[in-house]
Design a protein around this ligand. Structure first.
Ligand SMILES: Nc1nc2c(ncn2[C@@H]2O[C@H](COP(=O)(O)OP(=O)(O)O)[C@@H](O)[C@H]2O)c(=O)[nH]1
Ligand SMILES: [Mg+2]
Length: 398
């Protein structure tokens, strides 16, 4: 898509193609456009999240490329927590994989409402570009989508070959049975999310850099509010205040940035080591809430036995990852209606919904979802699996 829309030049892909081949990684020339890390290129997989500007006829998009591999789900969560819409890439020859289900679930939990499914590698099914195989994998995917509450009629499925270019930008001659829009045309059918500019600034930090001649530059996506130069921002839970000097979006200076914008901004008065991924920036006069404890509604997705008070898995919320204790199981709910089924249950198991009191083992920013939806949703992980997911109802501040 990037190549055919002129966002990347042909000679760059050609250069990557040669280098990849020399390194025994033939066919990874396109992946390298987003995979910059040495380890990513050597191993032939995406590890961390990467951003890139992408302009269509209608929109200015920021592509957030997130890893699919199960070892890097925590980075996938970071990327997905920043997304307004998602393109789920399913490999049609392989069919639905274990991670596909986890990714769909996480996308839903983290508040991604619009989903497009790119049914990829149609060139590599047998027979090539086979409609029946497409239908088979589409049905499997739809079953999962329904199970987590997506309305499947609203989810476009596009048969593509990213490698050969079928239905990415130009309609494919290899799949005359497909009458729908191409992937790039489908991206323009996405509805622009509302921009909560009237709320206080909340900007979860994804990374922090020191840039020569500029200074400290935190990077992240604005969830609510407006970021402007010459304003004081407070980073929590690090509890550091600095003054915004300049803002950059995809290497261009901007006068202000609004929800959905992925920015880097120079702050005076803060060293790189003062703040980190997981901090949230907000106005100095109404800083993000640091929780001593919080009340949450959760859904247990996948726990090998039972979950009891005292259990301490890792909570992934916006860009932060903090071990938290289930301090109190307050009530068990009917997952369909939300009605209380049992007060103070002794344990929870897979499939249960509940209201719980949670205590972070170190300071963490979380906000009630009614105030800041993107800062209140979380995934709970333990031993490499997503155990539960939920949203924050109330915060007891530090
Ligand atoms: N045959 C075929 N191979 C593809 C296609 N798209 C990606 N690949 C290959 O799949 C491998 C993994 O691609 P990559 O972009 O790293 O996938 P990711 O894990 O989703 O980031 C590479 O060897 C690609 O060349 C496709 O449409 N057809
Ligand atoms: Mg990748």
């Amino acid at each position: 898509m990037l190549l055919e829309t002129g966002h990347i030049e042909k000679h760059i892909i050609e250069k990557f193609r040669k280098e990849a081949e020399e390194k025994g990684k033939a066919t990874f020339e396109f992946a390298w456009v987003m995979d910059h890390l040495k380890e990513e290129r050597e191993r032939g997989l995406t590890i961390d999240v990467a951003h890139r500007r992408f302009d269509t006829q209608k929109y200015y998009f920021t592509i957030i490329d997130a890893p699919g591999h199960r070892d890097f789900v925590k980075n996938m969560i970071t990327g997905t927590s920043q997304a307004d819409a998602a393109v789920l890439v399913v490999s049609v020859p392989e069919g639905v994989m274990a991670q596909t289900k986890e990714h769909i679930f996480l996308a839903r939990t983290l508040g991604v409402e619009q989903l497009i499914v790119a049914m990829n590698k149609m060139d590599a099914v047998t027979p090539a570009y086979d409609e029946n195989r497409f239908k088979e994998v589409k049905e499997q995917t739809e079953t999962i989508l329904k199970s987590v509450g997506f309305k499947v009629d609203d989810v476009p499925f596009i048969p593509i070959s990213a490698y050969k270019g079928d239905n990415a930008v130009a309609a494919s001659e290899n799949m005359p049975w497909y009458k729908g829009p191409t992937l790039v045309a489908t991206l323009d059918t996405i509805k622009e999310p509302s921009k909560p500019t009237d709320k206080a600034l909340r900007l979860p930090v994804q990374d922090v850099y020191t840039i020569k001649g500029i200074g400290t530059v935190p990077v992240g996506r604005i969830e609510t509010g407006v970021l402007k130069p010459n304003t004081k921002v407070s980073f929590q839970p690090s509890d550091k205040v600095g003054e915004v000097k300049s803002i950059e979006m995809h290497h261009e200076n901007v006068d202000e940035a609004i929800p959905g914008d992925n920015v880097g901004f120079n702050v005076r008065g803060i060293e790189r080591a003062d703040i980190r991924r997981g901090d949230v920036a907000g106005p100095a006069e109404s800083p993000p809430s640091v929780a001593k404890s919080f009340i949450a509604r959760i859904m247990v997705l996948n726990h090998p036995s039972v979950l009891t008070a005292g259990y301490t898995p890792v909570f992934h919320c916006h860009t932060s990852q903090v071990a938290c204790i289930f301090e109190e199981l307050q009530s068990k709910l009917d997952p369909k209606t939300g009605e209380v089924k049992e007060e103070k249950p002794e344990f929870l198991k897979t499939g249960d919904a509940a209201v719980v009191k949670v205590k972070p083992t170190k300071p963490m920013v979380i906000e009630p979802t009614k105030d800041f939806p993107q800062l209140g949703r979380f995934a709970v992980r333990d031993m490499g699996i997503t155990v539960a997911a939920g949203m924050c109802i109330e915060v007891e501040k530090r």
